[in-house]
Write a protein that binds this ligand. Structure first.
Ligand code: NCD
Length: 308
């Protein structure tokens, strides 16, 4: 079975450091990588909406000189006829050298990995995990802050359904001296499989609060998230909670001079566009970093699978 990436801890800290190093080298010397994946094919199987993740995977493969096969809508593939994830994965393995899959069901990419004969990358499974967003986030934090340890990280918004937050906490909890500020409405608190099994088990310092402004002065990183409308059972509940936090230039005055604002995007209302011009706002740089770290990841996985 090929090695897949389903959750961020499938990679060691050392491997993540190496991926960051490769991504930085790609940024500095893109020409060196332009033909490296010539003749190789990436399949992107996206059964949920996406702009950045799918297009950055595809741009990554093109910039490595490879090709892309894409299912960008569940309705356009045989999944709509009732094909199982297992059968789809086995079939796509006949055509592609590596697969990136996004699926609304938690665990679907893991099932795909168990049946594929090529590496599978989880590009987001329901409200669960999103490891390649986390690699993007780690590259961004390391480029912006110069380190990954000793940071106070505020995660704000929908901590219950936000898969990017779950993977980010799992990843950052492996670096020494990290502290978390968990900022959310009561209804959208971090699930216990993240809070108990990761933060508390590892005895990491954290604070749970509903008050963004109160903790703002302590933060090195503020990671804003969208309230995940598609995971709510009640639209009424979503409408009540959707604007719980809106970051504005006024609120930014409480922040450190060198705090960075991150967001996996898409944003709805949670960051006012007036914040975009603040040099501390780095969410569009973060989106660009997503392409480079995915280039590094595709390279690593194809090499390990004996394809390069
Ligand atoms: C995130 C996702 O899909 O989980 N988007 C992304 O991949 N950049 C965040 C979100 O949809 O809110």
């Amino acid at each position: 079975m090929s090695r897949s990436l389903i959750r961020i801890t499938d990679l060691s800290v050392k491997e993540i450091d190496e991926l960051i190093e490769t991504a930085n080298d790609i940024i500095a010397n893109p020409a060196k990588y332009a033909e490296i994946c010539h003749g190789k094919k990436l399949a992107t199987l996206f059964f949920e909406p996406s702009t950045r993740t799918r297009l950055s995977f595809e741009a990554a493969m093109y910039e490595l000189g490879g090709y892309v096969l894409s299912v960008s809508e569940g309705q356009s593939s045989s999944a709509a006829k009732g094909e199982s994830v297992a059968d789809t994965a086995r079939t796509v393995s006949c055509y592609a050298d590596i697969i990136a899959m996004r699926h609304p069901k938690e665990g679907a990419p893991l099932v795909a990995a168990q049946h594929a004969t090529v590496p599978v990358i989880n590009a987001g499974d329901g409200g669960h995990n999103h490891p390649t967003q986390t690699l993007t986030d780690l590259l961004t934090i390391s480029r912006e802050k110069g380190k990954l340890d000793g940071l106070t990280i505020g995660v704000c918004g929908d901590l219950k359904f936000g898969r990017t937050v779950h993977s980010l906490i799992e990843a950052m909890s492996r670096y020494p001296g990290v502290r978390f500020m968990l900022i959310s409405p009561e209804e959208l608190k971090l699930p216990s499989y993240v809070k108990k099994d990761i933060i508390q088990r590892k005895r990491i310092e954290y604070k749970q609060t509903t008050d963004l402004e109160g903790v703002m002065p302590a933060l090195d990183v503020l990671y804003m998230t969208r309230v995940q409308r598609e995971r709510f059972l009640s639209e009424e509940e979503y409408l009540r909670l959707k604007d719980s936090y809106i970051l504005t230039p006024e609120k930014m005055r409480w922040a450190k001079e060198d705090m960075i604002v991150m967001h996996p995007l898409p944003r709805v209302n949670e960051i006012s566009v007036a914040v975009d011009d603040d040099p501390r706002a780095c969410y569009f740089r973060q989106a660009l970093n997503g392409k480079y770290i995915r280039m590094a990841l595709i390279l690593k996985m194809l090499k390990e699978d004996g394809k390069l």
